[in-house]
Design a protein around this ligand. Sequence first.
Ligand SMILES: Nc1ncnc2c1ncn2[C@@H]1O[C@H](COP(=O)(O)OP(=O)(O)O)[C@@H](O)[C@H]1O
Ligand SMILES: Cc1cn([C@H]2C[C@H](O)[C@@H](COP(=O)(O)O)O2)c(=O)[nH]c1=O
Ligand SMILES: [Zn+2]
Length: 199
Amino acid sequence: MNNNLAGEAHRPGRIEVVCGSMFSGKTEELIRRLKRAEFAKQRVEIFKPALDTRYSEIEVVSHDRNSIMSTPVDSSSSILLLSSDIDVVGIDEAQFFDDGLVAVCNELANKGIRVIVAGLDMDFKGVPFGPIPALCAIADEVTKVHAICVRCGALAYVSHRLVNNEKRVMLGEQAEYEPLCRECYRKALEEDKNKDKTH
Ligand SMILES: Nc1ncnc2c1ncn2[C@@H]1O[C@H](COP(=O)(O)OP(=O)(O)O)[C@@H](O)[C@H]1O
Ligand SMILES: Cc1cn([C@H]2C[C@H](O)[C@@H](COP(=O)(O)O)O2)c(=O)[nH]c1=O
Ligand SMILES: [Zn+2]
């Protein structure tokens, strides 16, 4: 390969998805890729859903408090409108966006933009979350990251909700969710069922 074309500065349009449970390092990985693109003097724009006000209204912030400025938007169509003259688009908490995000990412990539999307692959019930599964299907590259199961130390695969709330969207962190492996998640759901019976 021509070495001049091998670096960060010369990448064709593509979709990269970073997915996994809570605390798996999705946001850290997104910020790492975006900051490298900024070092390569690329024009970078970062979006997050406006409803995600957990650590900051306007920044994307990881659990370790690494951060990068972002533009909060209410709908996926705004991402398309705000991405002219941009080389790299980053999107965090993509599970909260509408299904239109899939076509938006495709259109951006087809225009030559590198799109990096981070989001939860599953909700607290273990069900695929929002547009993430479809984005994985059309992505050029999918990176599945893993937290550590807080009960046994194995690789976690899902986020167990610790509080009694059936709504799919509920912002939170360690007090509300714990990352668990398959075995510990199955046991935790059994325990939750038994707790419900005694109340
Ligand atoms: N159980 C855990 N397993 C792995 N990392 C954890 C855990 N609990 C807290 N963390 C912290 O979370 C950080 C990852 O945060 P972040 O990138 O915001 O994750 P995500 O976006 O996937 O929720 C890790 O670097 C680590 O310091
Ligand atoms: C599992 C699950 C999570 N959420 C919320 C909780 C957090 O605010 C975000 C995920 O953030 P992270 O960067 O991946 O840690 O999503 C939710 O609303 N519903 C769920 O089922
Ligand atoms: Zn476990």
